[in-house]
Design a protein around this ligand. Structure first.
Ligand SMILES: Cc1cc2nc3c(=O)[nH]c(=O)nc-3n(C[C@H](O)[C@H](O)[C@H](O)COP(=O)(O)OP(=O)(O)OC[C@H]3O[C@@H](n4cnc5c(N)ncnc54)[C@H](O)[C@@H]3O)c2cc1C
Length: 370
């Protein structure tokens, strides 16, 4: 079978890339190993539309976050996907955190992101459970219905003539005379363009293409993040973040569109393990982690107790670096990176990948020559 553009992965990034390719006139098929879209990182996150405070100015993360945010909000507006513009505070729990808060404010300014300084009393007036010395108010942070977003992307893809095949696992590929020979779901197809948007699995998918170079060596380490729901106890109206920590943004208070409150995600480094030739992803939440959550958040929510927390869900971040190493930028790898014509791989698409999905999809489609 011949296929013009084959996209692996029906998370938000794969679907956004497929939409961009289809709109550029390409015949697109998405293959997804699961029986439904958005079964991994795209539905196992904080659902925050990030304003773009944290990222190295000029980096792909910074650019894709800002461009992606604008495109995402426009898509949600057009298609009726629910967004709540709740805004967020980043908090300094004690005076020794003030220099880090100032550094974050400077980075946000360098990224052109609107932020306002607030003192502890002003924040407590809006969030009575919070105690802090100061904070930054980000009015442009919001939350989005990630499943609604997935449905909107699927509709857009279908409207542009693309389709998704579920229960179809990409196995391997090799360059051939007529294009890339791809083995997936027990069949062989020939694709002119192959986009790998497999989330945490992408380094392995790239390594399974004969002759591909991959600088992000295997086996790599993964960073799981757990969430606990708040049942009873303090209530909140805004997103509340501590200062970022190595590997993540720090255990924060996040809201969903039903008004439920969750705490998370923490950072637990885990080894990437195989099950039946695929990456085994363990999303269990160990109840005993609740104590560490309380120790972290009680610094700025003194009324929080372990009995308020119920295990909710976990997600796994697509990391390109291990513990203790500086954060890595998103990578959109084409033949110059891995040596294979016609292949584009999206690597290290951790946060803010949900916010940035449409910008990443447009950039990946460009890299594929759409
Ligand atoms: C804990 C956590 C919190 C986060 N919070 C936020 C946030 O608040 N805001 C934000 O902007 N971003 C956030 N992110 C980041 C965001 O969720 C991800 O960047 C984004 O969802 C990545 O989408 P994706 O499509 O690349 O990956 P995924 O959603 O993981 O999709 C990859 C797809 O590829 C499929 N696949 C893999 N291997 C194969 C194969 N061999 N064959 C066929 N299909 C395959 C998988 O089944 C999966 O459906 C968070 C991430 C995590 C983990």
């Amino acid at each position: 079978m011949l296929c013009d553009a084959l996209v692996v992965g029906a998370g938000v990034v794969g679907l956004a890339t497929a939409c961009a390719l289809a709109r550029a006139g390409r015949q697109v098929v998405v293959i997804e190993a699961e029986t439904a879209p958005l079964q991994h990182a795209s539905s196992r996150n904080s659902e925050v539309v990030h304003a773009g405070l944290y990222y190295e100015p000029g980096s792909l993360k910074a650019r894709a976050c800002l461009q992606g945010r604008a495109a995402l909000l426009a898509l949600c507006e057009r298609t009726g996907v629910r967004v709540h513009h709740c805004g967020k505070f980043v908090l300094a729990a004690s005076a020794d955190e003030l220099p880090a808060l100032s550094q974050l404010a400077a980075r946000a300014a360098a990224n052109g992101v609107e932020l306002h300084e607030r003192d502890g009393a002003a924040i407590a007036a809006l969030e009575p459970e919070v105690r802090c010395v100061a904070g930054l108010w980000s009015p442009r942070s919001a939350i989005v219905d990630s499943h609604g977003l997935g449905r909107a992307l699927l509709r857009a893809l279908q409207d542009a003539g693309g389709s998704v095949v579920y229960g179809c696992r990409f196995e391997r590929a090799e360059p051939g005379a007529a294009g890339l020979r791809v083995w997936a779901g027990g069949d062989e197809v020939v694709a002119r363009t192959l986009v790998l948007a497999g989330g945490v699995a992408t380094p392995r998918l790239l390594a399974s293409i004969a002759g591909a170079r991959c600088r992000f060596t295997l086996p790599h380490r993964l960073a799981r993040g757990h969430y606990f729901a708040l049942a009873g106890g303090p209530r909140f109206r805004h997103l509340l973040y501590p200062l970022p920590e190595p590997g993540g943004l720090g255990i924060h208070v996040t809201l969903d569109l039903e008004g439920n409150v969750r705490l998370g995600p923490d950072v637990e480094w885990i080894d990437a393990c195989d099950r039946g030739g695929a990456l085994a992803l363990d999303y269990r939440v160990d109840e005993s982690r609740a104590d560490a959550f309380v120790r972290s958040v009680v610094r700025w929510v003194p009324s929080l107790r372990a009995e308020h927390l119920r295990p909710a869900y976990a997600g796994i971040r697509a990391k390109l670096v291990g513990p203790g190493e500086p954060a890595h930028d998103f990578v959109i790898a084409d033949h110059r990176e891995h040596g294979i014509d016609g292949v584009v791989a999206l690597l290290g698409i951790e946060s803010p990948g949900l916010t940035a999905c449409l910008a990443l999809g447009a950039a990946a489609a460009d890299a594929a020559g759409a």
